[in-house]
Design a protein around this ligand. Structure first.
Ligand code: ADP
Ligand code: MG
Length: 269
């Protein structure tokens, strides 16, 4: 078993023989309200992992530098190890959640151009909002790095939004984390899944993301399964589902089972 380097709220980081890479393993734990609300939902980790891998692959094809290297199993992928910049970069296309309360903006209002916000990634401080000056005062990034981060976040958000729109999903908002490799490269890291994005059914505006858990509005697994289905990932996840903690390995990416965004390139703007 690979050495556990970090146990997070939803994922584990495991060592590999190569100090430059790590294994990102998605667990079935789901948390909200800064960890105060938590549950174990068997099958959730595999779904979040599969969705995340698909979306990292998509961004890689569009020249967004990410930490994702390749799938290892249903719940894990190999990634470039980075030093995470403790900055949560939130891109909002529509208002919902904290911003509606903080600024009194009505739920559902569109942001054009998309709104980019920063939060300090600190469980201890409750992830407070940061402005640019705070970021420099805390020494989190240089102005040059922050410009790069914002540009990557804006491009990634636009690509993801277009991609899911073709699958009848509305990308409402999302949270990105960035990190630096030992060689100094800036990479989009962490995960891109319904744990870290808000996805609504394009027609009904039904939540298909972690808000289902946050707001106790139904079956989280079913919501994530619906996202996976719309991204054509369900065949690779046929062993997941109610009551099953582990998903049987059904081969890795590249077996031809899972349609990859590489083959759908024409659909990605
Ligand atoms: P947390 O409770 O800290 O949010 P998670 O459950 O999300 O933890 O586990 C993932 C942790 O690993 C996060 O702290 C995230 O910042 C960090 N991380 C993500 N990708 C990488 C990477 N490529 N290299 C190093 N750390 C990473
Ligand atoms: Mg996290």
């Amino acid at each position: 078993m690979n050495q556990l380097l970090y146990q997070g709220k939803a994922k584990q980081l495991l060592a590999t023989p190569d100090p430059q890479t790590i294994i990102v393993r998605f667990t079935d734990t789901v948390t909200a309200l800064n960890g105060k609300k938590r549950a174990t939902i068997p099958g959730k980790g595999a779904l979040a992992a599969q969705i995340s891998m698909r979306l990292f692959e998509l961004l890689s094809t569009q020249n967004i530098p990410t930490h994702y290297i390749r799938q290892l199993d249903q719940q894990s992928f190999l990634a470039h190890k980075v030093q995470i910049i403790p900055l949560e970069v939130v891109v909002r296309h529509y208002a919902t959640g904290s911003i509606t309360k903080r600024l009194g903006i009505p739920k559902g209002r569109a942001f054009q151009p998309p709104l980019v916000e920063f939060f300090y990634k600190s469980d201890e401080l409750g992830d407070p909002p940061l402005c640019e000056a705070h970021i420099y005062a805390l020494g989190l990034a240089t102005p040059h790095e922050l410009a790069q981060i914002v540009s990557l976040a804006q491009r990634a958000a636009a690509l993801l939004s277009d991609y899911v729109a073709q699958r009848d999903l509305k990308l409402v908002d999302m949270k990105f984390e960035f990190g630096r490799t030992a060689a100094g490269a800036l990479l989009l890291a962490d995960e891109i899944s319904p744990d870290t994005m808000r996805l609504w059914d394009a027609r009904t505006h039904e939540s298909l993301d972690k808000d289902v858990f946050r707001e106790d509005k139904g079956d989280l697994l079913r919501a994530y399964q619906e996202v996976a289905r719309r991204l054509n990932l369900t065949r690779s996840l046929s062993a997941s589902g109610e009551g099953q903690g582990e998903v049987e390995g059904q081969g890795e990416v590249g077996t031809g089972e899972v349609p990859s965004p590489f083959t759908e390139r024409g659909r990605v703007r």
